[in-house]
Design a protein around this ligand. Structure first.
Ligand code: GLC
Length: 478
């Protein structure tokens, strides 16, 4: 099958969150299974800096209309690891020093969407599957299906739309439909793309794709309810037969403690105790954390309300008082970043922080820690908890979305099978209670090591999920 992924981020070139990992790992796995995969990405300045000009091939150059402006589009091609990347270049839109956060994000990704459409038409590229991720290119199935010329040319193409984060809904004023997407108001007036009295590219993806997926079975069920659907439950129920949840995996080559060159001492489940000890001491010493006998709790995260920061701080303080150390790696909302800095200043030999993102340090943190804190308010899938498990670090999660699907919580009686800790109610009390329970288990080394070993042996690889995606694609292509 010829499969085109269309997304706003993908490793190894650009990443702000799990989306980038998923687009890349899934594509890599599909290629391994013999599929023909390409990925469309905006050509951000950060990507340009990573690639030598010689490695790039110019695939096309044309003009497209955005509102009254004519915009140039240059498309560059790069083949690596069997994946064909197409980078859509326009310096006005993508030379910003960052990926998101501008007032005209709606216009920037509309441009990306329309450029992908035109590129495919120019190149007579009609893949079997166009797999669109999140709101940024959510309008692509719509623009390729409502236009007569496209409908004919893409008659054999099927669309899959994956929701990684329903909180980002691609809301834009009504006029953008005509201005950016060259569509009449009909699609707004008849409700196809109208949501909260605006245009929603996320809703458009849901309405016009042949199949819709989200990134875990539990989140699939949550999205169908008024409580968990973020307003999308109605339209998702209307598409219920075409909507499913497929749990993400993690990249087993990148995250492999037995061969990880980025950590102080590689280890497997066979020498996990000495291996983790060496990594823990290396990280703690590097950050001036003194109590290496106590447990080390960590977070590697985007710092945002979604990740549970409102219930984390009180529990963390209690843990520190009891003797634990904490390491936090992440960046995001400044109110929380400030609280982390305050905490570190108050307990400099107990709290280590790194505000920013570093893949290298993330590996070290996963390897060094005993516990991984991830009590998200909602979590479509979550990758951190699975990476933690791979490194024998026990996740402490709120049982929501993919966290519920990937962590078997220890309850005192299931040491043979469990690989983490969890609670249900989003409350400071529950967070604290569960963290303290994990600390109790830290003092019972027999159970602790059993759980850590279970975690390391949990299968979170991409294999199973990729087969599910292939099954979904094949059912469409038939
Ligand atoms: C988003 C979700 C996260 C998921 C990731 C990849 O970042 O918030 O839960 O793991 O996408 O699908």
């Amino acid at each position: 099958m010829k499969i085109a992924m269309v997304a706003s981020e993908a490793r190894p070139f650009c990443k702000t969150g799990g989306l980038a990992d998923v687009v890349y790992s899934l594509s890599k796995e599909l290629v391994k299974m013999g599929e023909d995969v390409c990925i469309f990405l905006p050509f951000y300045d950060s990507i340009r800096r990573q690639i030598s000009e010689k490695a790039l091939k110019k695939a096309a150059s044309f003009k497209t209309h955005m509102s009254w402006r004519k915009q140039t589009v240059d498309v560059y091609q790069l083949v690596t690891e069997g994946i064909n990347y197409y980078f859509i270049e326009n310096q006005q839109y993508f030379e910003r020093g960052h990926i998101y956060g501008d007032f005209d994000d709606g216009e920037r990704f509309a441009f990306f969407t329309m450029a992908v459409k035109q590129f495919m038409l120019t190149k007579h590229m009609y893949p079997n599957i166009i797999h669109v991720h999140d709101w940024q290119a959510g309008m692509l199935p719509c623009v390729l299906r409502v236009d007569d010329e496209c409908r004919e040319k893409f008659a054999k193409t099927k669309f899959v739309f994956t929701i990684h984060n329903p909180a980002f809904q691609g809301l834009m004023p009504k006029f953008t439909l005509g201005d950016f997407y060259n569509l009449t108001d009909e699609y707004y007036d008849n409700g196809s793309v109208r949501f909260k009295d605006q245009v929603s590219t996320l809703k458009a993806g849901i309405v016009y794709a042949n199949k819709i997926t989200t990134v875990s079975p539990t989140h699939h069920l949550e999205l169908l309810t008024p409580e968990g659907g973020m307003g999308l439950d109605q339209v998702l129920r209307y598409r219920e037969w075409d909507f499913s949840g497929i749990l993400n995996g993690i990249d087993y080559l990148e995250f492999n403690p037995a061969e990880d060159k980025q950590i102080a001492k590689p280890y497997s489940e066979k020498n996990l105790v000495s291996g983790k000890k060496a990594n823990k001491e290396a990280l703690m010493n590097a950050y001036g954390l003194k109590n290496t006998k106590g447990p080390l709790f960590s977070l590697v995260t985007r710092i945002t309300w979604q990740k549970g920061f409102d219930i984390i701080f009180p529990a963390v303080e209690e843990l520190i008082r009891r003797g634990a150390s904490i390491f936090m790696l992440g960046s995001g909302e400044s109110q929380y970043e400030k609280r982390w800095e305050e905490l570190r200043n108050r307990y400099p030999d107990r709290v280590g922080i790194f505000i920013g993102y570093s893949d290298n340090l993330a590996h070290k943190v996963y390897a060094a820690s005993d516990f991984f804190i991830m009590p998200s308010l909602f979590e479509p899938c979550g990758l951190g908890q699975m990476i933690a498990q791979r490194y024998g670090t026990l996740p402490i999660v709120r049982r929501t979305g993919g966290l519920k699907d990937s962590v078997i919580c220890y309850d005192g009686g299931n040491a043979e099978t469990s690989n983490g800790f969890g609670f249900d109610a989003y409350s400071i009390y529950e967070m604290n209670r569960t963290a303290q329970y994990a600390y109790d288990i830290y003092e019972n080394k027999k159970i602790l090591h059993q759980l850590m070993k279970n975690a390391m042996l949990t299968d979170n690889s991409w294999l199973k999920s990729t087969l599910e995606y292939i099954k979904l694609y094949k059912a469409l292509v038939k």
